[in-house]
Design a protein around this ligand. Structure first.
Ligand code: 9MR
Length: 364
């Protein structure tokens, strides 16, 4: 009963005598289901008509894929360059979208002047406090939620070595997660209205890493450290046991939300193998749709899971191609010509089925 273009879906359904005729876009269904549906965005693509129109039609939330990271915001020690971030905020405001901020503290992809600067712990502490304060104040009232800390734990659940933790760190390296606690406190001071998230990779199911995230968030909440949510990234390959993954994801979402924090699915993509001609297989894309369906359903079934975001939306632009040296890709809901894929239709159906009594906890 679907036609490929969701805009035309209603008209086709009516002409076929369909009585249930409502879904036109992901964002319309997400609004009804009271969940945020988002995507990472690259400001350089906003001038492309298909990119901008698909984005505005389908999503009610965007996040800067890179535009709010240190390496873009901080060309040197003295300057802040907010131009790309501001462009995203303007786009969001003119299309009634929310903006997630990503990310204030990450041990990787920092500018060379910072990593090679031989700063002391006192200097690093000052630099990080200043960065968090200036960036959050700049986007205050525009960015409703921030990934304050990104990927701070390793696969065993230990705190990763990093410039902020112990190389040389901001001065509290012997105390495990104490530096994470400190930056959440600074973030809350800078913008008391923003929701503050810890964002982690490969810790979506049940594992030593997700156990450590859970234990850390539990400890922080018990001591009233201002943390409001956990971001589950979900960069996953299609070839996995869907049932097992979904069951574990549900269990992890359940234990995290029981602590009183939001869960956002923050960076979902489901990569499939790509052949030497750059093509993927139909059966993989069908299976990919089932994976998207199971994840969206797992989120919607828990009202503390308040946002579902993919890491990009068109297979034309994704980090996976270069990361996998062309061996994997096609991981997103729209193909390279912006046609909706089976994955899109699976998400749309689940959002449509998820309409109901969910609450939004996304102020301001
Ligand atoms: O997709 C992002 C890519 O364009 C950047 O080069 C890279 C380094 O900044 O970051 C990628 O996004 C990452 C995200 O910020 C954190 N989780 C993993 C994402 C994919 O690597």
């Amino acid at each position: 009963m679907y036609c490929l273009n969701p805009i035309r879906w209603c008209a086709v359904a009516v002409s076929w005598g369909c009585l249930v005729c409502s879904a036109q876009s992901l964002r319309q269904e997400a609004d009804h289901a009271e969940v945020l549906i988002g995507t990472a965005v690259r400001p350089s693509q906003l001038s492309e008509v298909n990119y901008a129109s698909t984005l505005a039609r389908e999503y009610n939330m965007i996040e800067a894929e890179d535009a709010m990271k240190w390496w873009v915001l901080r060309p040197d020690r003295a300057s802040f360059d907010f131009r790309q971030g501001d462009e995203l905020v303007r786009f969001a405001e003119s299309h009634g979208m929310k903006v997630r901020g990503h990310c204030l503290v990450w041990g990787r992809y920092n500018p060379e002047w910072l990593t090679q600067g031989h700063f002391t712990t006192d200097q690093l502490s000052h630099l990080l406090h200043e960065h968090i304060t200036n960036v959050m104040k700049h986007f205050s009232g525009q960015v409703f939620a921030w990934d304050v800390v990104n990927e701070a734990l390793d696969e065993n659940g230990n705190v990763r070595d990093s410039i902020w933790y112990n190389q040389p760190g901001i001065g509290i390296s012997a105390k495990g997660t104490a530096y994470i606690e400190q930056v959440f406190r600074w973030a809350h001071e800078a913008d008391p209205h923003a929701l503050l998230f810890y964002n982690e990779a490969e810790g979506e199911g049940m594992s030593r890493k997700s156990d450590a995230v859970y234990a850390m968030v539990k400890d922080l909440r018990q001591r009233h450290v201002p943390i409001d949510g956990v971001g589950l990234q979900m960069h996953i390959p299609v070839d996995l046991d869907i049932e097992k993954r979904a069951t574990e994801l549900r269990a992890n979402i359940a234990r995290l939300t029981a602590l009183g924090v939001h869960v956002h699915i923050t960076e979902l993509d489901v990569s499939v193998p790509i052949d030497t001609k750059g093509n993927s297989q139909a059966q993989d894309l069908k299976r990919q749709a089932d994976v998207f369906r199971s994840i969206v359903r797992a989120c919607l079934d828990n009202r503390g899971c308040t946002a579902i975001q993919t890491w990009g939306f068109t297979d034309k632009y994704s980090w996976i191609g270069s990361h996998s040296h062309g061996t994997r890709g096609d991981a997103l809901p729209f193909d390279r010509t912006y046609a909706p894929k089976a994955a899109y239709r699976a998400i749309l159906q689940e959002l449509s089925a998820g309409r109901g009594s969910r609450e939004l906890h996304t102020s301001p």
